[in-house]
Each structure stands twice: as structure tokens, then as C-alpha cells.
Write a protein that binds this ligand. Structure first.
Ligand code: EPU
Length: 428
């Protein structure tokens, strides 16, 4: 097991290129199950969630060829193999196997992912959608059993705007009989990306990216080739890093409109953000003003950048309030930031940041993916060396983090945990 070491205080300069979107990839790979011939997915991020999904598709009989940023999935020999345990439990997004396998085989058994560090993450809206389409859904010993004689289109109103439920219902509905309408659907760019892949496969979907999606079921879907959109959360993470420590950092391969809420907040703080077709240039380092942040569904400020932004706010003047309206327990990074000298406290579903703190390097632990990103940002700003453990979370979602940061001039490297540190990890 490894840890990440960061020597803080170095200015970032140069170019970073953004990888394909994790939260698209984890839905697009299961979507390939629905096809009757090979699906090729390009611009895949090199992250552990993608490796896990490739293995899961192999477990159900798929022939999967995973190259550098490209995956070819042959679904012809896939079967409705139950996946109650094992890898499926390690990956939150394995819930997309439910919609895809139900859509293709009219049955599936998928284990529920274990506890989550963002607090409870129910899937009641996914299940409501599957049931409306005609599936029987039961929860038996931590696995969801889905079965339908036939799936029939239905009108489904989501009580909570949910990215996962919107995508999962689309996956189950594309091969159902008749029309499905999803109302109060989520509008995230990743939903449009999944709809684009499904449409290339022959599905009939209208309205993805708005809050009403109409799907007319088809009998068969064929293979196709699809290139994933850039990861707006990875891009946002580098924007925040550049605002914290950057002198003209070029962020390439982005869709700037996906990041408008982040751009607006950085400008409010005093950061210069230049926008071009597929590039952003960020100049940070100047005096920063504190700002309040409230996470909202897209196109609001993304919950996935709330933790990284909090690290940046520790270096801004004044008091900033960060409120997460999506996940009320996404604050595990706060204790770790305090260890580094930040003045932050949690009140209800907000963290209150009193700037401007001089952070000091410390030994800290990433409890989840975006908490990990927050600690890396704090490490870049801190005096001395920061050691971040819990790297398995960061590796789930950030491709070649230390290579990209090193190219920008950061001093970042990995080391094996000592025996003593390994023992502490086992006990925690
Ligand atoms: N919710 C329900 N019932 C449901 C589904 C969701 O109450 O059936 C609630 C959730 O508890 C949450 C809110 O609705 O409070 C929104 O959850 P959503 O379903 O939109 O989240 P998700 O699909 O499980 C995806 C991303 C998350 C990201 C959220 C919000 C993937 C694999 N995950 O999760 O990404 O935070 O949308 O944008 O796409 C990350 O990348 O670090 C990450 C956690």
C-alpha cells in the first residue's frame, strides 16, 4: 500500500490535459451489455473503477479488451450471471449493472455496494423506476434481485433529482416495449453522454440534458464506437489547484460550459479565468477573497468539487460558508484540513472556513475520492511535506495524478507505507 507525498509551496505552470469523464465511463461500460455486437469506448480514463468494471463484464461472459484509454466490449456471450458479492460491492456505480442487465436479460442479481463515506446513498428512485417498467425488485441479504416477464414503457416522476436513477432507468427502458417518460430527470452532461452512446446503438431517446426524457423502446441495439466527454470534475479540480498555486495554467481538453459555476466562483474570488473553445487558462496566486458555495444539481455548483474548493478557501481572506445540499455528510475532509492548520468547522450541512490560514504539511488520510483531491490541494499550498494515505480512493477517479501534477511543476511522489502505518490502516 502506498501514500502520496507532496512538498508544498511550488508554483504550478504549464499545461494539463483532462481525461475522459469517470462518471460517464462507469455508466457507458455497463451500457454496452445492451448491445448485440461489439461496442468500442474511446477516451476512457485510466482509473481503477474502469478496471473493476472490465472485470465485472468478464465475470458475466463478456469478452473485454482494455487497451490504453480504449475498451472493446463483445457482449455476444454475456449471460445473466448473478453478481451478489465480490467486485460489485467495491464499486458504487455497479448499480448500473442493474439497469443494463434488466434491460437486456429481463433479470439481474446485483450486490449493493457497502457503506459509503458520503453518508447514506439510497437507490429507492432507481427501484421505483424499475418497478414502474414492470420489474419485481427484492432485496435479499444485501443483493437486489430484479426480474420481469416483460418490460413496458411507463411515466416515471423522480421524487429526487438523481443522476444514477436517471441513467439506470434509461438503461432499463431502451429495450422495453413502448414509451418511457422520465420526469424531473437529472441534467448532468454525463447523462447526455450515455444517451449519445445509446442512440448510436440504435436507441430512441429525446430530451437528455433536460428534465423530461422520452424513450421509445426498440427490440435490438447494435454495437458502435463512442468517445467519452472530458471529465468536468477532474478539470474543476485542476482549476482549483491552479487558482491556489498556478501562474497561467492551461487546462486542455475541457468543455468550458460544463464548468461555468466553478468559473464564476473562481472569478468572484479574484482568480483570472480565460475561456477558449476547449481550453481554460487560470492565473491564481493573487490575493483571494472568500466566497460562499452552495452545491446544487447541474448546472449548479457540483457537490464533487465542494471538498476541493474548501481547501482553496482556507487561503482566502474572510469567512466562507460551503453548504452541500446533495450530500449532508460529505465533510470527512474537514478534520484532516484542521490537522494541517486550517480553521474550518462543520455546522449541519455546511463547513465554515475562516481564512486566511497558513497550512502546514501533515500526515492525513483520504476518506473518499474528492476528500483525497481536497487534501492534495491543501498539500500543494502547505509549507513542508504532506503525506496523504487512502490513495485507493484517489486512484478510483484521477488518472495519473502525480504525473500530471509533476508536469505542472509540483513536487509529488509515492512511497510505500511503513510497517507501522500499515498497522494503523488495518486498525482504522
Ligand atoms: N438519492 C435518493 N434516492 C435515490 C438516488 C439518489 O435519495 O434513489 C439522493 C442521494 O442520496 C443524493 C441525491 O439524491 O442526496 C443525488 O444523488 P445522485 O443519485 O444524483 O448521485 P449518484 O448518481 O449516486 C453521481 C456521481 C457522484 C456525484 C453525484 C451527484 C456517479 C457514479 N456518481 O452519484 O459522484 O456526487 O452523482 O452529482 O456518477 C464522485 O465522483 O466523487 C461522486 C460521488
Amino acid at each position: 500500500m502506498q501514500k502520496l507525498l507532496i512538498e508544498g509551496g511550488h508554483t504550478l505552470e504549464g499545461t494539463v490535459s483532462i481525461s475522459g469523464a469517470k462518471n460517464s465511463a462507469v455508466a457507458l461500460i455497463p451500457a454496452a451489455i445492451l448491445a448485440d455486437s461489439a461496442v468500442v469506448i474511446d477516451n476512457l480514463p485510466v482509473i481503477s473503477d474502469v478496471d473493476l468494471l472490465a472485470e465485472l463484464l468478464r465475470e458475466i461472459g463478456g469478452d473485454v479488451d482494455l487497451g490504453n484509454q480504449t475498451m472493446t466490449i463483445h457482449p455476444e456471450k454475456m449471460v445473466a450471471m448473478p453478481l451478489p458479492n465480490g467486485r460489485v460491492k467495491k464499486l458504487r456505480a455497479s448499480y448500473y449493472l442493474m439497469g443494463a442487465m434488466l434491460g437486456k436479460f429481463k433479470k439481474a442479481v446485483i450486490g449493493l455496494p457497502g457503506g459509503c463515506n458520503l453518508g447514506p446513498r439510497p437507490i429507492d428512485q432507481h427501484i421505483k423506476g424499475f418497478e414502474a417498467l414492470g420489474a419485481q425488485v427484492t432485496n435479499e441479504q444485501g443483493a437486489i434481485y430484479l426480474r420481469a416477464n416483460e418490460l413496458r414503457g411507463a411515466k416515471i416522476y423522480l421524487d429526487v433529482v438523481s443522476v444514477g436513477a436517471t441513467i439506470n432507468i434509461m438503461l432499463a427502458a431502451v429495450r422495453a416495449k413502448g414509451r418511457t417518460i422520465i420526469e424531473n430527470a437529472a441534467k448532468e452532461p454525463e447523462i447526455i453522454d450515455v444517451a449519445t452512446l445509446l442512440t448510436s446503438m440504435g436507441a430512441k431517446i429525446k430530451g437528455a440534458g433536460t428534465n423530461v426524457i422520452r424513450i421509445d423502446g426498440v427490440d435490438h441495439l447494435q454495437g458502435c464506437r463512442h468517445s467519452i466527454i472530458p471529465d468536468r470534475i477532474e478539470a474543476g479540480t485542476y482549476m482549483i489547484m491552479a487558482a491556489a498555486m498556478g501562474r497561467r495554467v492551461h487546462i486542455d481538453n475541457v468543455i468550458p460550459t460544463h464548468l461555468e459555476s466553478v468559473t464564476a466562483k473562481l472569478r468572484e474570488m479574484g482568480t483570472t479565468v480565460e475561456e477558449y473553445d476547449d481550453q481554460l487558462i487560470i492565473s491564481g496566486l493573487d490575493a483571494k477573497k472568500g466566497v460562499d458555495i452552495k452545491t446544487l444539481v447541474y448546472p449548479g455548483f457540483p457537490t464533487d468539487l465542494q471538498q476541493p474548493f474548501t481547501s482553496l478557501l482556507t487561503s482566502a481572506e474572510g469567512t466562507s460558508i460551503v453548504t452541500d445540499t446533495i450530500y449532508d455528510a460529505r465533510f470527512k475532509h474537514v478534520d484532516e484540513l484542521r490537522r494541517m492548520g486550517a480553521s474550518v468547522k462543520v455546522e449541519g450541512r455546511s463547513s465554515i472556513v475562516n481564512g486566511k490560514s497558513s497550512l502546514q504539511g501533515a500526515k492525513v488520510k483520504a476518506s473518499d475520492l474528492r476528500a483525497g483531491a481536497a487534501l492534495v490541494i491543501a498539500g500543494l499550498m502547505a509549507e513542508g511535506i504532506t503525506e496523504v494515505s487512502g490513495l485507493e480512493h484517489i486512484d478510483r477517479g484521477y488518472e495519473h495524478l502525480e504525473t500530471k501534477l509533476t508536469r505542472l511543476g509540483a513536487k509529488v511522489w509515492r512511497e510505500e507505507l511503513t510497517e507501522e502505518e500499515l498497522e494503523q490502516v488495518k486498525q482504522s
